[in-house]
Ligand binder design. Structure first.
Ligand code: SF4
Length: 229
């Protein structure tokens, strides 16, 4: 079992990309405000990630057992059937930028500060993926997160946190009774090798989701995930 903490993650947010994402004109007052907030947050932010290299022990029709912990999810069980090892992880924008954001006042500034924290979280997940790629050469990785699909709800969070380890002491992430994480701009999940690729969005019919990463594929559930009995 390998557990590792990544805490020296660089935070170099791309101002132009953030403006595009937020639909801000580059030389507008809100974009100026964003630039100010980025200048403040940059030196403060300490994005972090913790992962555990874990063994998949068995997969039944609807449950995957990882390091002795059963996870009830049909999609996870199908995805992990051909897999021996996975990377269970929690990544976060970090408590430092979270504390900074609590000092921000005003609706627009708070909205922009949220986007800056989101960018810090992206820096953490991207750094984690790069690290896993370089260290383990796992090939293409898919990712599943509790709560992305009804099939694997957020109630799986306590078991996932048990699998990953002490996130509170190591990277400052706490799982609340509501199964929400603090800082809120944190993400938990499982990376797994998959030649076919996997994207939760392909199984998610939600309309107009601003974070959609792949089109909804109505036939995919029937083709790959529906039980035969
Ligand atoms: S479409 Fe949106 S809600 Fe659905 S899985 Fe993708 S990001 Fe999540």
């Amino acid at each position: 079992m390998i557990t590792e903490i990544l805490h020296n993650i660089a935070f170099r947010p791309d101002f132009d990309a953030l403006c595009r994402e937020l639909h801000l004109k580059r030389d507008s007052p809100p974009a100026d405000e964003l630039a100010h907030l980025l200048a403040e947050a940059g030196p403060v932010a300490r994005p972090k990630a913790l992962y555990r290299l874990a063994q998949v022990q068995s997969c039944t029709d609807s449950t995957a057992v990882i390091e002795g912990i059963p996870f009830a999810s049909r999609v996870l069980a199908v995805n992990l059937k051909p897999v021996n090892r996975v990377f269970a992880f929690v990544a976060t924008c970090g408590v430092e930028i979270e504390a900074w954001s609590q000092t921000i006042e005003g609706t627009l500034r708070r909205f922009l500060a949220d986007a800056v924290k989101e960018a810090a979280l992206s820096a953490a997940t991207e750094a984690l993926q790069k690290h896993l790629d370089a260290r383990y050469r796992p090939g293409p990785l898919g990712m599943m997160n509790p709560g992305s699909l009804d099939d694997w709800p957020t109630s799986a969070q306590p078991d996932l946190f048990r699998l990953v380890g002490d996130t509170r002491r190591t990277i400052g992430v706490e799982l609340l009774d509501s199964c929400i994480m603090s800082p809120i701009k944190s993400v938990s999940g499982i990376f797994f090798p998959t030649e076919a690729g996997f994207e939760s969005c392909r199984l998610c019919p939600m309309k107009n989701c601003p974070k959609r990463r792949a089109p909804y594929d109505e036939a995919l559930w029937e083709q790959k995930y529906r039980r035969s009995h």
